[in-house]
Design a protein around this ligand. Structure first.
Ligand SMILES: *Cc1c(COP(=O)(O)O)cnc(C)c1O
Length: 421
């Protein structure tokens, strides 16, 4: 029986309406920037497999570090034990995180890092005897699919059936030059209530919201207002972290550092899943007490799994390397050049570049999960390029090892496609 027949028997894929999507292409292997299907066709992974495999697939250094760890210590309970890979990872993280981030809490994916940040914020205030239960998030945010993360997310295509059971969240628009006054006024009014526990945001780029971008200086104003009112600021860097915006973290462009940061996706170089919620000493200290109940009673079975720690250590070493840093700069420079070239095309409505992220809004209307969107996806797969359009937005986030000629190939095919519209 072919693989798709077997797949259809028992498998339920994420984000999929199975009645409308019968076949899934079987990928047999991956190497560097390429995915290979069962027939040996190759596809350039132009979105780094959802922003994870940023050093390319099966990077030999990550493979080596993970392989060494696998046969040494596979798993041990992290409540009560510690181990070298976790300690080494915490030390390596201190080299790259903003200096106010001092403590590391482990989980398994991006959504849980946000749930943990929300619980940490609520308990931070609770432990000090303060009743602060409201939370603020941006319109059209995406923070994940677990209940907490889904609650702070604001894209209805994901949340419709759960709208009446999710947590109530105060929503504000992402600030820009035109709405700055209204947004800061509305924000100030909410935080002035003294009831707000935290403000959760994706810094600089809202990934799932078609890669919409905002300026650091406007976000900075909101963080400043929030921190004045003892509101915990949570930067969800699950997508932006590890080089996407040019710096290792998007928060590096801010003057006011977030109190909590959420990391996942490229954290482990796309090899194994891990999530991290990091926080300041001040937050940690609010849990440090002679009372057991003031501790943070949240834990995942695979917390700080040694194999995932080994992958994360390798990922940090790679992001610090000259080769990867040059790759990021080269990709950014080429994105800028291509966007200059294509921006006046009649079929291009808007084009945005930030770091290695290039997003093009096409001047056509396309449903987020509709037939037309699938047609674009298939068009590029036929050309040997894997990308996932979000409605009428085409975007790419290529691995940092992508060569200049491979980028050119992607740009040429995008240009050709836009000419067909
Ligand atoms: C992907 C993503 C998440 C969710 O991460 P999962 O690992 O899919 O649970 C949360 N926040 C942002 C900004 C993301 O891009």
């Amino acid at each position: 029986m072919d693989l798709n027949k077997r797949d259809q028997k028992h498998l339920w894929h994420p984000l999929t309406q199975h009645k409308m999507t019968k076949d899934h292409l079987a990928i047999a292997k991956a190497e560097g920037v390429y995915l290979f299907d069962e027939d040996g066709n190759k596809y350039i992974d132009a979105i780094s497999s959802w922003y994870t495999c940023v050093y390319g697939h099966c990077h030999p250094y990550v493979v080596k570090k993970v392989t060494e760890q696998v046969s040494k210590l596979d798993q041990v309970v992290f409540a009560g034990f510690t181990h070298e890979p976790a300690v080494e990872l915490s030390e390596k993280l201190m080299e790259i995180l903003p200096s106010n981030q001092q403590k590391i809490f482990f989980s398994d994916n991006g959504s849980t890092t946000v749930d943990i940040a929300m619980k940490m914020s609520l308990q931070y205030h609770f432990n000090q005897g303060k009743k602060k239960l409201r939370m603020i998030a941006f319109e059209n945010a995406f923070h994940g699919d677990t209940f907490g993360a889904m609650s702070v997310s604001g894209l209805d295509v994901y949340n419709g059936p759960f709208e009446e059971v999710v947590l109530t969240i105060d929503r504000i628009d992402v600030p820009n030059q035109n709405n700055l006054e209204q947004v800061t006024a509305a924000f100030t009014e909410i935080v002035s209530s003294g009831e707000v526990a935290c403000f959760v945001f994706e810094p600089l780029v809202q990934g799932a919201n078609c890669m919409q971008m905002h300026e650091a200086k406007y976000l900075d104003m909101l963080i400043e207002i929030a921190q004045k009112h003892d509101v915990i600021c949570v930067a969800d860097e699950v997508m932006t972290g590890f080089g996407k915006t040019g710096n290792i973290f998007a928060s590096e462009e801010l003057m006011n550092m977030p109190d909590i940061m959420c990391l996942s996706k490229a954290l482990t170089a796309g090899m194994v899943p891990m999530g991290l919620t990091t926080c300041t000493q001040k937050i940690y200290d609010a849990f440090y007490a002679d009372e057991v109940a003031k501790g943070f009673f949240h834990g995942h079975t695979y917390s700080a799994n040694p194999i995932t720690c080994a992958a994360a250590i390798a990922s940090i070493e790679l992001i610090q390397s000259d080769e990867i840093q040059q790759g990021i700069k080269m990709i950014h420079a080429n994105h800028v050049k291509f966007s200059e070239f294509i921006k006046d095309h009649a079929r291009v409505e808007n084009i945005r570049v930030k770091g290695v992220i290039l997003a093009i809004d096409l001047a056509v209307s396309i449903d987020r999960y509709g037939k037309d969107r699938n047609a674009i996806f298939n068009y590029f797969m036929d050309k040997g390029i894997y990308l996932r359009p979000l409605g009428n937005t085409l975007y790419i986030v290529p691995p940092y090892i992508t060569k200049e000629e491979e980028l050119k190939f992607i740009y040429d095919e995008i240009h050709q496609y836009i000419n067909t519209l």
